[in-house]
Design a protein around this ligand. Sequence first.
Ligand SMILES: [Zn+2]
Length: 301
Amino acid sequence: MPVLITVLILVSAGTVAAEAVPVLEEPNEGGNVPILIYHHVSNSVNSIYNVPPAVFYNQLRQFFDAGFVLISLSDYFEDDFGIPEGRKPLIITFDDGYENNFRLLEDGSSDPVCAVGIIEGFAEEHPDFGRTAVFFVNAGSRAVPFGDEATAPAKLRWLVENGYEIGNHTADHVNLKSCDPYQVRRQIGLCQAALYELCPELLGHVRFFAYPYGQTPTDPESFKALETGEFDGVSYRMDLCLKAWEYPAPSPADPAFHRQRFAIPRIEMHVCEGGNGHAPRWVIAQPNLYVSDGDVGSLWE
Ligand SMILES: [Zn+2]
């Protein structure tokens, strides 16, 4: 039975009210790590894949109150996150690179109502929560990240410089289920090339992939083409490939982690629970979640 300790912190100097935050639990570094998927964050998109800005903010608050801390996908892959003892790692991903994920204002700051702006605003108020996310984008002759060719380079650079990550989601949002190895290499290579052209700072740093429609290739050779390959002079290597509509991901300290890294599960977040989507309370209630012991790396190192 975990020892529960409630920590009280003052919201700000001179504030009489105190805020109850994170419930600290016994370390469990073999536990699972929730990797969330969001798509739209908008007040106007009518889709089950839309979480309005106020709801998104509220979901961040629920995770913060439950003791979660944001970590990057790189830190997860490398088992290299030093979050405080008793806290639980959480990874946020966005698929498809919608315009409402990231808008830059004229002064170079993020629009407070886009997804990045909401994470930034929440982190200003709750620095312990962290600020990072991964954007799995489509890029190529028919797709440009965040919906605007003119501003895509500046947005990608801003994300890289501010601790966010960019992942490959194919050039044309193709379902890889029935793709042959050439088609896999082409879709990944074209996306990779377009991202490098838009943002040379990304060179060598796009090493995570999210399957469109959550579907993996069925042909073993196509599956192999995901890991490493080359198309039109651009080579790539994917360290993690992420699925969709599932459950918390294995601990990077799990001895089976490296065998599972091309089928890492994620959890789709919706406004309401139902179908493939979940709300924070479902994630928070999952058994056997990873709880940090306060040191970088796993228990077994
Ligand atoms: Zn997608």
